[in-house]
Ligand binder design. Structure first.
Ligand SMILES: Cc1cc2nc3c(=O)[nH]c(=O)nc-3n(C[C@H](O)[C@H](O)[C@H](O)COP(=O)(O)OP(=O)(O)OC[C@H]3O[C@@H](n4cnc5c(N)ncnc54)[C@H](O)[C@@H]3O)c2cc1C
Length: 328
């Protein structure tokens, strides 16, 4: 039996899609290991336990609910202490995190406390002779390293959107637990969570990402990306660093080496040259469509479909086509 403990991310009291992706990855891990239970740690302020149902619906055998005002916002020290305590109990062969900014902050703290290894940001994995063998993009995503890690417990994180949440219905079993460290005593204090577009889908949660580059010329032309995103419905708008440096879009929209990592089902790059630093954040997308006036633009080398043309003309045509397809 190889049981897995998953850390489920929530934000502002709501479960994030990456939490369901992590549970799906954990179920896969137990299957590859010959069976085992998936337990999930869900931490937050009072009431977070009421958000546990989708975790069970995606295959969590038990949800460990940690409610405390000190977990209303990310609290890496107290969470790391609690996760380390749970993972050192001998119950779990694996600890699984999301490869988000919170997961990247939390998982190495847990690994250091336990003195065990961590394979981060996996886009896929298998299990060979008890060792996790996973794919981890390096060198800005140009190289996919295959890493093997054994030991107990083995810690890993999975890249957002690399695993599609799959229903695996379980009856909800929830257990209240307490923190291994006083959440109020943490030296790291997150005092405020500033969310950009609260009414829009987060880049990591979107099935479709429409990204705009300097080729869109002026900030106002991003309305064309917003329109296309709205037509899809399950889409978010991203940008290159050239764009965020210009102040056309907020930094939180930046995709790439010094921005966000995304792996949506569909990535539409409009007026983006395809600099290696941008590719680092999106090249694992399932299908990439590039729109660029320059037929030799590097983005076409990694695109599944290329449209040589003016993005300001092509985007409205795509928007109309998506609207028409949805209406029919
Ligand atoms: C340390 C470091 C970190 C970096 N991190 C990041 C990062 O995280 N993310 C990131 O994106 N960049 C990053 N960069 C910057 C990166 O190197 C590029 O400068 C940037 O990605 C270019 O953005 P762009 O494609 O929008 O602009 P450009 O390179 O200027 O490309 C614009 C493209 O638009 C095309 N175009 C022009 N007009 C039209 C039109 N009307 N219709 C269609 N196409 C048109 C042009 O042919 C061109 O290919 C980083 C750089 C460094 C040095």
């Amino acid at each position: 039996m190889a049981n897995v403990l998953v850390f489920a991310e929530s934000r502002a009291g709501e479960l994030r899609k990456v939490a369901l992706e992590a549970v799906t990855a954990a179920r896969r891990l137990t299957e590859l290991s010959g069976g085992g239970a998936v337990h999930v740690l869900l931490a937050g302020a009072a009431g977070i336990g009421s958000k546990a149902e989708p975790l069970a619906a995606h295959g969590a055998d038990k949800v460990l609910v940690l409610e405390h005002a000190g977990f209303a916002l990310h609290n890496p020290e107290a969470l790391a202490a609690t996760l380390a305590q749970l993972l050192s109990s001998g119950t779990y062969a694996y600890g699984l995190f999301s490869g988000t900014s919170h997961g990247r902050d939390l998982s190495p703290r847990v690994a250091a406390k336990l003195g065990v290894g961590l394979i981060p940001d996996l886009t896929g994995f298998t299990v060979e002779n008890g060792a996790v063998v996973g794919q981890h993009p390096i060198n800005n995503g140009k190289v996919i390293a295959t890493l093997a890690l054994s030991g107990s417990p083995t810690l890993l994180s999975v890249r957002p959107a690399a695993f599609t949440p799959a229903p695996a219905e379980r009856a909800l079993v929830a257990e209240s637990i307490t923190s291994a460290a006083d959440p109020a005593a943490s030296r790291v204090k997150v005092i405020e969570l500033k969310q950009g577009n609260t009414d829009k889908i987060d880049l990591n949660d979107a099935a479709v990402v429409i990204a705009g580059g300097r080729g869109l010329k002026v900030a106002d032309n991003f309305k064309l990306c917003d329109d296309l995103a709205e037509a899809f419905g399950n889409a978010a708008v991203g940008a290159t660093r050239a764009v965020t440096d210009e102040g056309w879009r907020p930094h939180s929209d930046q995709i790439g080496q010094t921005g966000r990592n995304v792996s949506p089902d569909l990535y539409i790059a409009a007026g983006i040259s395809g600099a290696i630093q941008h590719l680092a954040g999106m090249r694992t997308s399932r299908t990439i469509v590039a729109i660029n006036k320059d037929k030799d633009a590097p983005i076409f080398k990694i695109a599944d479909y290329g449209i040589v043309g003016d993005a300001l003309e092509v985007l409205p045509v795509l928007t109309e086509a998506v609207r028409a397809a949805k209406a029919s």
